[in-house]
Design a protein around this ligand. Structure first.
Ligand code: ADP
Length: 264
């Protein structure tokens, strides 16, 4: 897409010529469109739980409150929808914080080993509830990674949570952290439902979900992987994904190790 501007130049009241300026505004338009889509998506995502909350509150006020069983059921729906709104707002804040403090992300230095074990403890109850086995294999001599501990946690929680959420009963999540060719690599492999090939390039987009209803049902905001990608790439790392429908998915992240700061 080009913006065309024609600037004539005159001398002694006669048109002597003109300059035509062609400006490539494809990127500007693309960014504008992305912003518009994002605002529309956010509004939609916020409105859905709000509409539901309002509906149930009104029904309660209209008399359903008299029936204890019904009101308990409605209140627990309101509670769940409020949780959803909260998660969504937290994820949106995280995303905008990351985007506006990009340079800060580069300043971190974290020993990944204790963080990884912390994530395992944190997510063990969720895995047990879903009947998924967590199998973690971490090289003890892992060097420091160039992220803040907070960001490393966000990345790992989002990836391991997804590996549990989109798994099958009795499935496995296998996390490996190791060093290879001067890089620290963390792979999170699951034996879950997998991601169709045509969706793979899109899963890091904000609000993109392979199955919207399923993601909503299990409490997803559609922002987790966008946050992960921002943090990893903002820290100079890379993220890759491979998947087979019905068999499972593997996310691999890698960082260059922080120089001369090996763990003791
Ligand atoms: P959500 O909050 O919906 O989980 P994410 O940004 O974390 O959002 O992930 C985007 C989408 O990518 C998910 O809705 C899901 O369809 C797919 N996805 C992410 N991780 C996995 C996984 N480990 N296995 C299968 N599908 C996944």
């Amino acid at each position: 897409i080009y913006r065309v501007q024609v600037i004539p130049f005159w001398s002694e009241k006669r048109l002597r010529g003109a300059v035509m300026v062609l400006q490539d505004i494809t990127e500007v338009r693309r960014l504008e469109q992305m912003r518009t889509e994002f605002v529309a998506n956010v509004s939609h995502e916020l409105r859905t739980p709000l509409t539901s909350i309002k509906g149930f509150v009104e029904t309660l006020l209209d008399g359903a409150l008299e029936d204890k069983k019904v009101s308990q059921r409605f209140l627990s729906i309101i509670d769940a929808e409020t949780d959803r709104l909260q998660r969504l707002i937290e994820d949106l804040l995280k995303l905008s914080h990351i985007e506006s403090h990009r340079e800060a992300i580069f300043q971190g230095e974290t020993d990944a080993v204790p963080e990884i074990y912390r994530i395992r403890s944190l997510l063990t109850p969720m895995a047990q509830e879903k009947d998924v086995i967590l199998h973690f294999e971490v090289e003890r001599s892992l060097v420091l990674v160039p992220l803040t501990s907070d960001h490393l946690q966000q990345v790992l929680v989002n990836l391991v949570e997804n590996a549990i959420k989109y798994n099958k009963k009795g499935g496995v999540v296998h996390l490996r952290a190791f060093q290879k060719e001067g890089l620290v690599q963390i792979t999170i492999k699951d034996t879950g439902i997998g991601i169709p090939e045509e969706s793979l390039p899109r899963i890091f987009e904000r609000f993109y979900r392979v199955d919207k209803a399923r993601s909503r049902d299990i409490g997803g905001t559609g922002l987790g992987l966008a946050i992960v990608k921002h943090i990893v790439e903002g820290s100079g790392g890379t993220i890759a994904v491979t998947s087979r429908v019905g068999q499972g998915t593997t996310f691999s992240i890698s960082f260059s190790s922080v120089n001369n700061l090996t763990r003791t």
